[in-house]
Design a binder for this molecule. Structure first.
Ligand code: 5GP
Ligand code: ZN
Length: 138
């Protein structure tokens, strides 16, 4: 279902132009308007959903089924050495556009994109406990 106030719904519907790579029943992929690096692509579901946990299994499958071939094509065209697939949910997680989107970001040594990865520590028993709590909510 389309949200008329949503910029990505409007791109998906062809009302706002974007250089499109994929456009099918489930998904649209297009070039990011303010790329973090050359070749920065966005992959979005066709139907409006704000965060990834709102997608049905069927929507997620239709959307993410495109990921391997899309990443492969981006790698082939940009010649990048690696790729980050990044997906932000919520303002606190740097989500600015409130329609689910996966960033495909080509990576090369010394490129302009940086993020902090403050790897911590967790006791095995605590990790096991958390795993069980999350599993119980599936
Ligand atoms: P977020 O921070 O929400 O994860 O990222 C939103 C992304 O959408 C940003 O990378 C931004 O450049 C991109 N974006 C926002 N508006 C438009 C638009 O109108 N067209 C395109 N192609 N990309 C957009
Ligand atoms: Zn939308």
């Amino acid at each position: 279902m389309k949200n008329p106030d949503c910029i990505f719904c409007r791109i998906a519907a062809g009302e706002i132009p974007a250089p499109k790579i994929i456009d099918d029943q489930w998904a649209v992929a297009f070039m990011d308007i303010s790329p973090l690096v050359r070749g920065h692509v966005l992959l979005i579901p066709k139907g409006h959903a704000i965060t990834v946990d709102e997608l049905s299994r069927e929507q997620a499958a239709g959307l993410l089924g495109h990921l391997p071939s899309l990443v492969k094509a981006v790698k082939a065209v940009t010649g990048c050495q690696g790729v980050n697939v990044l997906q932000n949910n919520g303002i606190v997680a740097h989500q600015l556009v409130m329609h689910v989107h996966f960033h495909i970001i080509p990576r090369n040594p010394g490129d302009e994109f940086h993020f902090n990865w403050p790897a911590g520590k967790i006791a095995p028993a605590q990790a096991q406990h958390l795993a069980e709590q999350i599993k119980a909510k599936l």
